[in-house]
Ligand binder design. Structure first.
Ligand code: IMP
Ligand code: MG
Length: 172
């Protein structure tokens, strides 16, 4: 109870976009040693669907970072709460993120992952809110660009609610 949800992207739109992203990534990383790093918890559904459309072998790992505060705004302080378990040495790493908003979380993650010497490091995000950016960060693969609004569903939560919903909606 409480918030009202307005549909934004349907299951079908999401499925088509994820399949398209997987084909782009598969083509770009053919002959590479690709390691996908899912950012918990928000990216777990996206990652699970993405890998099933990949046409090249991939390895998977997860990282979890927390920024303080569970509400709609990300706050300044970020730390790793679940560390990577795979060696990144010699691997081509692609971070799989649900949403890029201010960019602060990803900037932190890129700095963190860079210290582990991957061969290359790029970013894939299902949703990009470019106009909200506070730090410069290059997102190499973007599913959907949105202007503003707080979205939920398809793994993405508001205070741990709505992750299970198969479509993406805006919280009003
Ligand atoms: P950033 O550090 O401001 O870029 O925030 C990115 C993180 O904040 C994302 O990985 C999400 O976990 C969360 N976030 C940002 N916007 C939304 C939203 O619209 N819905 C749910 N979570 C969001
Ligand atoms: Mg997140």
């Amino acid at each position: 109870m409480g918030e009202e949800l307005k549909p934004l992207f349907s299951r079908k739109e999401i499925a088509q976009k994820v399949a398209w992203l997987a084909s782009e990534i598969s083509a770009d990383y053919a002959d590479k040693k690709l390691l996908l790093i899912g950012v918990l918890k928000g990216a777990f559904v996206f990652l699970a669907d993405l890998i099933r459309h990949m046409t090249i072998p991939v390895e998977i790992d997860f990282v979890r970072i927390a920024s303080y505060g569970s509400q709609k705004e990300s706050l300044g302080e970020i730390k790793v709460t679940k560390e990577l378990e795979t060696s990144l040495e010699g691997k081509d790493v692609l971070i799989i993120e649900d949403i890029v908003d201010t960019g602060l979380s990803l900037k932190f993650l890129v700095d963190h992952i860079s210290t582990k010497n991957p061969s290359s490091l790029k970013i894939c995000a299902l949703i990009d809110k470019k106009s909200r950016r506070e730090v410069e960060i290059q997102v190499d693969y973007v599913g959907f660009d949105i202007e503003k609004g707080f979205v939920v569903g398809y793994g993405i939560d508001f205070d741990e609610k709505y992750r299970y919903l198969p479509e993406i909606s805006v919280v009003d």
